[in-house]
Design a protein around this ligand. Structure first.
Ligand code: NAG
Ligand code: NAG
Ligand code: NAG
Ligand code: NAG
Ligand code: NAG
Ligand code: NAG
Length: 375
């Protein structure tokens, strides 16, 4: 997802149903601790602001442009700015915790302990290189740390530690979410959905190429997340709002944008199926962010989110969605909602800790059977 910066876009149901939904929430509560059975000893993350735990903050340009560098980011749980683009924990933090591991330190923190893995994700990063984006007239001015750069860091990190190869069998790798910013920047810089759609095969190939590099480094268990239903994201709902009711689906999400995300996810899933044939000994898992998010939206009320504000930013100001791309969370005078845990959207682009918690639980339940962990 895009890092919000000035230059870029700023970007009673029947009793039965209630019971059923509560049952669903109960089921997802049970994921707690289940990843322990996997006995991961390290987790490595590549990606963008969905999973950055402090790398962008430590890059000079990225750090000065990132809106996530200011209070009230980190207001919950950490009680300080960490570089995470949320009020508190991210999905990767929940995944680490459920695995019985400490939070992943940002690779750019030179004093950090990387004995349980490391985080290479950088807020604002793209799968495609900055040069490749420039060829498409898409500018990206505050970080060059695209997927290939992060892979370079990962590779040099492995060279710097002693014989990691045998140890990587108990490591979990997450390659993504990455590739969503290409669409955010393209759409934000005036490209049509049709034009952006043309980038999909190249973006998917770049991610797959990255996964192959990770396999080359010895990874045996890899999660490759897809994109969110971007037509449900507050910043997009704001930018593309229309009086045309047919533009929206039953969850009040923009159909065309969700269709773009599905198109990308479909390509990515097909590429993963092909890769599984080529690497039968590697566990490759598609991380279904799209359906996890829709589940969250469908069950928002029974999960404790406020019905009226499930699509409004908690931290933001103005408009139908409490979001204004030129006055985003962290800027002077932009208020924070009383209880972030009642909102899905934290700043209009990124989610709240509470929403990430439920996303992580849904994903863990979905992925666990595929991880082949001993019970
Ligand atoms: C990029 O912009 C330049 C100058 O406006 C134009 O000549 C070129 O065709 C554009 N390229 C693409 C891929 O849109
Ligand atoms: C990205 O790389 C180019 C070329 O090396 C450099 O001029 C530019 O300053 C870099 N940008 C950032 C944000 O590091
Ligand atoms: C929607 O309709 C209202 C009232 O007719 C109008 O004020 C507003 O500008 C319209 N919004 C868009 C996005 O077209
Ligand atoms: C590592 O895991 C792979 C895939 O699960 C398996 O084929 C291989 O034998 C394991 N290697 C070691 C050294 O345990
Ligand atoms: C939710 O919205 C409805 C209609 O817009 C309004 O009547 C109600 O008071 C709102 N509830 C809360 C908690 O804001
Ligand atoms: C967004 O904020 C800018 C700057 O404060 C303001 O000029 C503009 O009217 C706002 N837009 C909306 C839709 O509230």
């Amino acid at each position: 997802m895009a890092l919000s910066i000035r230059v870029a876009i700023f970007l009673i149901i029947t009793c039965f149903v209630v019971l059923q939904q509560n049952g669903d929430a109960q089921k997802h509560k049970k994921s707690e601790g289940l990843l322990m059975n996997c006995r991961f000893d390290r987790i490595y993350q590549l990606g963008d602001s969905i999973s950055d735990t402090g790398n962008c903050l430590r890059e000079s340009l990225c750090g000065t442009h990132s809106s996530c560098r200011r209070y009230p980011y980190g207001i919950n749980f950490f009680h300080k700015v960490t570089g995470r683009c949320s009020d508190g924990m991210l999905m990767i933090d929940f995944i680490a915790r459920e695995s019985g591991l400490p939070f992943l330190n940002p690779f750019k923190d030179e004093n950090a302990d990387c004995s349980h893995g490391a985080n290479f994700a950088v807020a604002g990063a793209t799968a495609l290189s900055v040069e490749s984006l420039a060829e498409k007239n898409i500018s990206m001015s505050f970080t060059n740390s695209s997927l290939s750069v992060q892979l370079h860091w990962l590779s040099s990190h492995f060279k710097s530690i002693d014989s990691p190869d045998e140890k990587l069998n108990n490591s979990l790798f997450l390659v993504g979410e990455i590739g969503g910013n290409e669409f955010n920047y393209g759409l934000g810089q005036g490209k049509s959905i049709k034009e952006v759609r043309k980038m999909v095969p190249e973006v998917v190939q770049t991610i797959i190429h990255g996964v192959k590099r990770v396999i080359g480094l010895g990874a045996t268990r890899i999660i490759i997340p897809g994109n969110f239903p971007i037509g449900c994201i507050t910043s997009m709902l704001t930018k593309f709002q229309t009086n045309k009711t047919t533009a929206y689906d039953e969850y009040h999400c923009l159909k065309d944008l969700n269709s773009l995300a599905r198109f990308f996810n479909h390509h990515l899933q097909q590429a993963i199926v092909q890769m599984k044939k080529k690497y039968p000994n590697v566990i490759l898992i598609y991380g279904d962010y799209y359906n996890a998010y829709l589940w969250l939206l469908q069950n928002a009320v029974s999960l404790g989110f406020d019905k009226n504000s499930s699509q409004k930013a908690c931290c933001g100001i103005g408009g139908n969605y409490n979001y204004n791309s030129s006055r985003t969370c962290g800027a002077a005078g932009v208020p924070v909602c009383v209880d972030p845990s009642t909102h899905i959207s934290w700043d209009g682009i990124h989610m709240t800790q509470e929403a990430y918690k439920w996303m992580a639980r849904w994903l863990i339940n979905d992925m666990l059977p595929q991880l082949n962990c001993q019970v």
